[in-house]
Design a protein around this ligand. Structure first.
Ligand code: TEU
Ligand code: CA
Length: 585
């Protein structure tokens, strides 16, 4: 049961709002007067008090029965997203692509992939979303293109082709072998020999995703022109794919955070989105708190924020990485989250996420999908959404979708998973072992179709889905969740509403407590005389806590996943995965 002092109020407001709000500006909640102290500071960027929803178009909603999600399908679900209360959609790639990596291999940046729709569909999505106070954030994939992009088909024609230097070519090593040993993220070497011109080209992902040479100013100018073309269509910003890799210096073995990376980002800022009221978030697997300040510092004129992944990789095995994930270590996890909260307390800005289209489902990885599905999913949402930063909800997370539970490699579709499976077997390791790891961490766990209803295929498609729908869609689906006020969906809706109304959630100073406690995450957010206390249990059993003096207080219970808790004494007893937040002041 989710209750909060405000939920009944916000429920009424939301349903009422829907009727009235079809013509509101993009972020109406920010129109309120600056004197409302408790409210977020309206002079701050919209994306500091807004929650973002990520859509993986292939798996969201299919409108024409071909088993593949599409843009008209997304338009048909905008009312659902407006009810959830999100302020912008991060749309994974919708551009023309041979789909070797499901669109992260683009063959034409200014064309919509036919299976996803048309440019007219896209413009309708932008206007229909805007009418509901929702912005559209596009995925900018400019570390590499598809090998079917005109630039690459030209470049591989001859060594002196005008597009040759848009990519990274090297002669074979003296022994005729690979130029160097840089590996591809998807397994195998990062170099592919091109018979026609007798040189290797560099690809950090699949061999059909050749890396671009950002040292080439002509290339950069073309990319900036493309970005401005989309900005002119009214988008709300960009998510930038592996942006930490564009400054690579391959001869030095440098791939991430190369010497000119921040020069390129400053130039991009100057030439494209600088001065526009948009959100830019860079995916940076190599980011550290120090480099995050370079990317997102307020005077840096680079990006709004980055996606850093330390809370993800801390759970990976040293040797086998994500294919042998370690059991949840809460002390390590909250240690990383706390470090980033403190490091970006005065400057820079955090992104907050448990999942995305590359990561396992949150409730399966960090919660307990089997015995405490609803309680643990709500606990995870409370812990993440009350931290300082911009929260991201990955499609289906708001209804507690779980990992796929595939039994055989035949059910998998992801190029990274299939590549790693092949290499795993070639290394003589057991297929069962691989499937066990894939079931926990393969990217396909996030890519099974959105579960809209109990209907066949979860109401995702009238056709045959490109990847299997999770059988638990009969229990876990949006129709059931929206109809049940106590569902995970309404818990997310309440949290998203709280961030719009409470400055302490947006700007409050973070402080954690009981850092070495293996089962609970306790932290506060303080702004002026307002203090928010968040208490959460990651344990599937009852836990008793002794609280430090400064946490023994009473106030308004903003949210909880059991009964409301509005006062804390010396000791507190927490039920399995219990979580609540109390606002004092
Ligand atoms: O991901 C970057 C990336 O390194 C991860 O996908 C990585 O492969 C993995 O999942 C962690 O082991 C971005 C996109 O998010 C991803 O979908 C693309 O496949 C990749 O870049 C290439 O564009
Ligand atoms: Ca379709």
């Amino acid at each position: 049961m989710t209750v909060s002092a405000e939920s009944t109020a916000s429920g009424a407001a939301a349903s009422a709002g829907t009727a009235a709000s079809n013509v509101t500006p993009l972020h109406p909640e920010r129109a309120r007067s600056a004197t409302d102290a408790a409210l977020p500071d309206p002079s701050e960027p919209w994306w500091k008090s807004t929650t973002i929803y990520q859509i993986y178009p292939r798996s969201f909603a299919d409108s024409n029965g071909d088993g593949i999600g599409d843009i008209p399908g997304i338009i048909g679900k905008l009312d659902y997203l407006q009810t959830l209360g999100i302020g912008a959609i991060w749309l994974s790639p919708i551009f023309a692509s041979p789909m070797d990596d499901n669109g992260y291999d683009i063959s034409d940046y200014q064309a919509v992939a036919p299976e996803f729709g048309t440019i007219e569909d896209f413009d309708r999505l932008v206007s229909e979303a805007k009418a509901r106070g929702i912005g559209i954030i596009l995925d900018l994939v400019v570390n590499h293109t598809s090998d079917e992009h005109r630039w690459f088909t030209e470049a591989r024609k001859s060594r002196d082709n005008p597009y040759r230097d848009y990519y990274i070519w090297r002669d074979p090593a003296p022994d005729g072998g690979l130029p160097n040993a840089i590996p591809s993220v998807f397994g195998g070497p990062a170099w592919r020999f091109d018979d026609a011109t007798g040189q290797y080209y560099f690809h950090q992902f699949s061999r059909r995703q050749p890396d671009l040479n950002w040292a080439n100013p002509r290339l950069r100018a073309e990319i900036y022109a493309m970005m401005n073309w989309w900005l002119e269509r009214g988008i709300a910003g960009f998510r930038m794919d592996v942006i930490d890799l564009i400054g690579k210096e391959v001869d030095k073995g440098i791939t991430a955070e190369g010497p000119h990376l921040h020069d390129y980002l400053k130039e991009m800022h100057r030439e494209t989105f600088g001065g526009r009221d948009v959100l830019t978030v860079g995916e940076a697997w190599s980011a550290t708190p120090g480099s995050a300040l370079l990317y997102s510092g307020r005077d840096r004129e680079e990006l709004s924020m980055v996606f850093q992944f330390e809370h993800v990789t801390q759970g990976w095995d040293e040797d086998h990485g994500k294919w042998k994930p370690k059991p949840l270590d809460l002390v390590a996890l909250k240690g990383v989250l706390g470090k980033w909260q403190l490091a970006l307390a005065e400057d820079g800005w955090n992104s907050l996420f448990w999942g995305n289209h590359d990561l396992p489902r949150a409730v399966s990885r960090y919660g307990d999908a089997a015995d405490y599905h609803v309680a643990s999913a709500k606990m995870l949402a409370t812990v993440l959404h009350l931290l300082k930063g911009t929260p991201y909800v990955y499609q289906g997370e708001e209804i507690g979708m779980t990992n796929a539970g595939f039994e055989s490699i035949e059910e998998y579709r992801d190029i990274e998973t299939l590549n790693m499976h092949r290499l795993h077997l070639e290394a003589g390791r057991s297929p069962e072992d691989f499937i066990a790891g894939a079931n926990q961490n393969s990217r396909d766990n996030a890519r099974t179709p959105m579960q809209w209803s109990e209907a066949p295929n979860g109401g995702f498609t009238e056709g045959v889905p490109w990847i299997a729908v999770n059988a638990n869609h009969r229990q876990i689906n949006a129709r059931t969740a929206v109809a049940d006020e106590q569902s995970i969906f309404h818990h997310y809706r309440t949290l998203i509403g709280l961030r719009k109304r409470h400055g302490v959630i947006v700007d409050g100073v973070f402080r954690s407590y009981l850092d070495q406690h293996p089962d609970v995450f306790v932290y506060t957010r303080t702004l002026g005389d307002e203090r928010l206390v968040v208490v959460a249990s990651f344990a599937d059993h009852q836990v008793s806590l002794t609280l430090p003096d400064e946490l023994r207080l009473s106030g308004a219970c903003l949210i909880s996943n059991y009964q409301p808790v509005s006062s804390l004494g010396e000791t507190v007893s927490l039920r399995p995965y219990e979580a609540f937040a109390i606002l004092k002041g």
